[in-house]
Ligand binder design. Structure first.
Ligand code: CA
Length: 217
């Protein structure tokens, strides 16, 4: 899963991006509205965290433009403390949820997980497929109840496939959702991650659909 953080305040942006990355997501950051607009329109994010007060283009204008253009990516808006006006404008502008500043980072993470869960059609916080369970709350994976150690990239591949269970996901799509923008990508490595996951979770757990991609049933 890949997240875009749009926040112009450097220390807050750093806190958000590092905590979201630690929670197992690929993260990109935009410090102004123009950069955010460019990234949102060209990169496929699973969710975005959007500050409203931004240089160049403000967050609310961005949000309205995106929604008018048909961009459906879930958006968590950051609002000024106690500003019910901001909250209303954000939600009316197409935000899916909001967090008021100052916030606890745990709340942002919990709301992001819930947004991603809802938009991918999952009702329970823990994702299950056969004997494998993935808990995004703890970035934890178990096989028959026993913890399985995964690298960050392996976790992101598995998380994306499990969030989209039953659907064939192409190698290109996986690549776009597991790497941050500045990461040196090599689509062949997806195959390597899949092989490692099969070794850890069972050979038949991830199915290869020839010419199309991968699927978890
Ligand atoms: Ca701001």
């Amino acid at each position: 899963m890949r997240i875009l953080v749009v926040e112009d305040e450097a220390s807050l942006a750093k806190q958000l991006t590092s905590s979201i990355a630690e929670a197992g997501y690929a993260v990109d950051h935009a410090a102004d509205g123009e950069r955010a607009d460019f990234l949102a329109q060209t990169e496929p994010y699973d969710a975005m965290v959007l500050d409203l007060g931004l240089p160049k283009i403000d967050g609310l204008t961005l949000l309205r433009n995106w929604r008018e253009a048909g961009l459906a990516t879930p958006v968590l808006v950051l609002t000024a403390r106690g500003s019910w006006h901001d909250k209303l404008r954000g939600i009316d502008g197409g935000a899916d949820d909001y967090v008021s500043k100052p916030f606890r980072i745990e709340e942002v993470l919990a709301r992001l997980r819930a947004l991603i869960r809802r938009t991918t059609g999952h009702l329970t916080p823990e994702l299950r497929a056969g004997s494998v369970a993935l808990d995004p709350r703890q970035s934890r994976v178990t096989l028959d109840g026993a913890p399985v150690k995964l690298t960050g990239h392996e976790f992101r591949v598995l998380s994306y496939l499990m969030h989209h269970r039953g659907r064939v996901v192409s190698q290109a799509e996986l690549t776009e959702h597991i790497y941050a923008q500045d990461f040196d990508r090599d689509s062949n490595t997806v195959e390597v991650f899949i092989e490692r996951l099969r070794r850890k979770l069972g050979v038949s757990f991830i199915e290869t659909v020839r010419g199309l991609g991968y699927r978890i049933e």
